[in-house]
Design a protein around this ligand. Structure first.
Ligand code: ADP
Ligand code: MG
Length: 398
């Protein structure tokens, strides 16, 4: 998995059994991070490969129209596949497993455009409005480099079926975090944040239809941009810089007025909307007086927290628990602002549930790949708004 933060590639080795629980069945002597209420799912190992600075800049630049971008996108796809292969090889080496032991790789690709609403209807029927979503990748090269079946291009089929193509993780979140007695929410704070709302008993397959999920809006992307611009850092570790600033109320209100934040799900977004140009527009309109750059950081952190808390209140007023995953879970200041705005809800990192926050999305795409290999559906129409659930992904045999 490599998400919109553009920090790099997270890979996990996920073991999945249909029936037998794992007790007494550990075949590989590797350290385990056990998922507490899912005896049939186990993350055996995690590896991370950061993007180097120059490649990160190139990926960032490919998020907006630019010179010779087809050529550059193809090269970036090759590069992504090579970084994915490095992560796969690290996982194999660490675990002592062979390529033959691995059923499939789920390789999400690097999203550089996500425009589910771009209108492409057939005027003769008025049907078939399909936008597009673009993940740079070269799954054929990855299959060649690893000699493992690769599942890629998870989002396009859901779009073709009239859906948003995102988020795709709520079914997995339900599998791991769903509770039979109360409503639980899971928020993934990556570059963009997305939330899953799991009504009670939504971990049971007949209750899948009650699950909703959507992109909340900005996660870390704008905070990462601002701290890089003014402090030269990739991210604001633990939110320490944001914690030194004062929230600028006019700027916060202006950003919170963004129509996307108030539109009803199903919905999804990306850097196409929440990008530096969006932030600069709000800064120009609202910053008349002197301000400290840390104040803007504090305001961006507050924006992420308030946007998530508002969504939670609106869509799941009965939620008792909010599990947080993605790199945002490691931002202590953000976590405390989120808890402050989500009063009455217990806010905690997924680590407390037995799954490290940076492993959740990668595990979700491993799980989706396994679904695809078995020709089982992975999407939920209640989430994406598609005409139905679909088998997600294209398979590139080894
Ligand atoms: N210790 C930390 N403190 C604050 N933020 C962090 C920390 N570690 C990671 N992050 C944030 O999380 C991001 C990576 O999160 P990730 O879940 O990988 O997002 P994505 O899926 O978009 O790549 C980083 O860009 C950074 O903003
Ligand atoms: Mg990441």
């Amino acid at each position: 998995m490599s998400g919109t933060s553009l920090d790099g590639v997270d890979g996990v080795l996920l073991e999945w059994r249909d029936s037998a629980p794992f007790e007494n069945s550990v075949e590989h002597d590797v350290s385990l991070s056990l998922l507490s209420n899912t005896p049939h799912l186990k993350v055996l190992m995690h590896a991370f490969q950061p993007f180097d600075a120059e490649f990160r800049t190139e990926l960032l630049s490919l998020n907006t129209p630019g010179n010779n971008e087809l050529h550059r996108a193809a090269l970036a796809g090759n590069r992504i596949a090579r970084d994915y292969a490095k992560v796969v090889h690290a996982l194999l080496k660490e675990s002592g497993m062979q390529a033959n032991d691995i059923h499939a790789i789920g390789a999400h690709g690097q999203t550089v455009r996500h425009r589910p609403l771009e209108f492409d209807a057939d005027p003769s029927t008025g049907q078939g409005a399909v936008g597009y979503t673009l993940q740079l990748n070269n799954p054929a090269l990855l299959a060649e480099l690893t000699v493992i079946d690769v599942v890629a291009e998870f989002r396009t089929r859901d779009l073709a079926a009239g859906g948003q193509g995102a988020p795709l993780v709520p079914a997995f979140h339900a599998e791991i975090f769903g509770a039979s007695t109360h409503t639980v929410a899971v928020v993934n704070i990556g570059g963009i944040s997305n939330i899953s709302i799991l009504r009670e008993a939504s971990n049971q397959s007949n209750a899948l239809a009650s699950i909703i999920g959507f992109d909340c809006g900005p996660g870390n992307a704008l905070m990462d941009y601002w701290v890089h611009l003014h402090q030269g850092k990739d991210y604001d570790a633990h939110g320490e810089w944001a914690a030194q600033g004062q929230v600028i109320p006019a700027l916060l209100q202006s950003m919170l007025a963004e129509p996307y934040l108030h539109s009803m799900p199903p919905k999804s977004t990306g850097r196409d909307l929440f990008n530096p140009a969006w932030l600069q527009r709000h800064l120009q309109q609202n910053l008349r007086a002197e301000f400290a750059t840390a104040d803007v950081q504090a305001t961006l952190c507050e924006l992420t927290a308030v946007a998530i808390a508002q969504d939670l209140k609106r869509e799941a007023p009965d939620a008792k628990q909010l599990w947080v995953c993605g790199g945002g879970a490691l931002n202590g200041h953000l976590m405390s602002r989120l808890q402050a705005h989500a009063s009455g809800v217990e806010v905690a990192s997924t680590e407390a549930h037995g799954l490290q926050p940076l492993q959740v999305e990668a595990a979700a795409f491993a799980w989706l790949a396994a679904k695809a290999m078995k020709r089982e559906t992975g999407s939920l129409e209640s989430v994406t708004g598609a005409r139905g659930a679909r088998v997600l992904g294209a398979i590139y045999p080894r």
